[in-house]
Design a protein around this ligand. Structure first.
Ligand code: NAP
Length: 317
């Protein structure tokens, strides 16, 4: 199948590209000018360079495709970037899919949009709604936490420092999923022919893990005693309160405030399906996929068999 992949230079997009190629799909990868694809994958791919958020002509360089997969994501989560990438760039992709009569639009979204409090979540939801209204059938994949989001304390624990927790370390939980398992799940969607737009929340193999569980696993993998330091999640509100006057005069500072909102959100909200009637997260109801476990991943990191994934602008610790 000929597939247009957007976001192939990102963490999940790169894994999706590898999976598409291994399943012998014909891939057109839409990348920003000068951005490199994962070494070794270039030969099998038609690379189309375009700054999709600013270049209105990019569409003219594309032949028709049968499916579009979007793994685009705002790298900063700042409100303007979120609007340009999560909503506007995805709308451009969908316009193209509609024009060429694509049979399927697969969108990588996030399970956290169930409780939209952040700018990037609202932009994602706006686009999800646009996809629902489109004549092109769609699959919206709302993924739980990636392994990459759970490696931030690897170096500090290896250096013998305590694992940092918010509150008791049981405030939240998730079913972490590896990049390759999620990529397989995404590419598998191409076999389906939905008649409208379907929603697929997805996590990795259970059980759901709290930050306490993750800290224990990390310490075990690094052969360190499990020592913790507890931080109050309210610290992000206090920082926001202190910095908010500066946000009135500086966009950079107002972006910082959004980052603090994001940090507070992830310190206090689970990446599991939300049961609105019971007003709680439901681990049982959160579907699972794949075989890779976080414990094995920590063991491999510790043994130097895999590298710590690049964490970019979203990293907190
Ligand atoms: N982190 C988690 O635990 C988690 C959990 C569930 C769901 N998700 C969701 O999964 C999705 C993908 O995440 P990821 O970690 O793979 O993202 P990522 O590594 O940050 O990759 C983002 C991709 O979007 C592209 N992009 C960003 N800004 C762009 C722009 N202005 N114009 C064109 N392309 C642009 C990037 O291209 P460049 O290389 O050119 O920057 C890159 O290919 C996101 O929607 C995220 O919300 C994340």
């Amino acid at each position: 199948m000929r597939v247009l992949l957007a976001g192939a230079t990102g963490y999940i997009g790169a894994a999706v590209l590898r999976e598409l190629l291994s399943q012998h799909h014909e891939v057109l990868a839409l990348v920003r000018p000068g951005r490199a694809l994962t070494p070794g994958l270039e030969p099998g791919v038609t690379r189309i360079e375009a700054d999709i958020t600013h270049d209105a002509e990019w569409v003219s360089r594309l032949p028709p495709v049968e499916a579009v997969i979007s793994c685009l994501a705002s790298r900063s989560g700042a409100p303007r970037d979120a609007r340009e990438v999560e909503y506007e760039a995805n709308c451009q992709l969908l316009d193209y899919a509609e024009r060429v009569g694509a049979r399927h639009f697969v969108l990588l979204s996030a399970i956290c949009v169930q409780k939209p409090r952040l700018a990037f979540q609202r932009e994602k939801l706006k686009f999800e709604a646009r996809l629902h209204d489109s004549p092109v059938p769609g699959t919206i994949i709302r993924a739980t936490a990636f392994f990459r989001s759970l490696v931030g304390q690897f170096e500090r624990v290896r250096a013998g420092k305590p694992f940092l927790l918010f509150g008791s370390g049981h405030l939240t939980a998730c079913k972490p999923i590896s990049d390759s398992d999620l990529a397989r799940f995404i590419v598998t969607q191409l076999d389906a022919s939905p008649s409208g737009t379907v929603m697929r929340p997805i996590g990795g193999p259970g059980p759901a893990l709290t930050p306490q569980d993750q800290g224990r696993m990390l310490c075990k993998a690094l052969d360190k005693p499990f020592r913790t330091t507890s931080l109050p999640p309210e610290m992000f509100d206090w920082l926001r309160w202190l910095l908010s006057p500066l946000a009135l005069i500086s966009r950079r500072m107002s972006d910082r405030l959004e980052f603090l909102r994001i940090a507070k959100f992830y310190a206090t909200e689970s990446m599991l399906c939300w049961d609105d009637s019971a007003q709680r997260y439901d681990a049982e109801a959160t579907p699972e996929f794949g075989e890779d476990t976080l414990a094995d991943f920590y063991e491999k990191l510790s043994a130097g068999k895999v590298l710590i994934p690049e964490r970019g602008e979203h990293s907190l610790f």
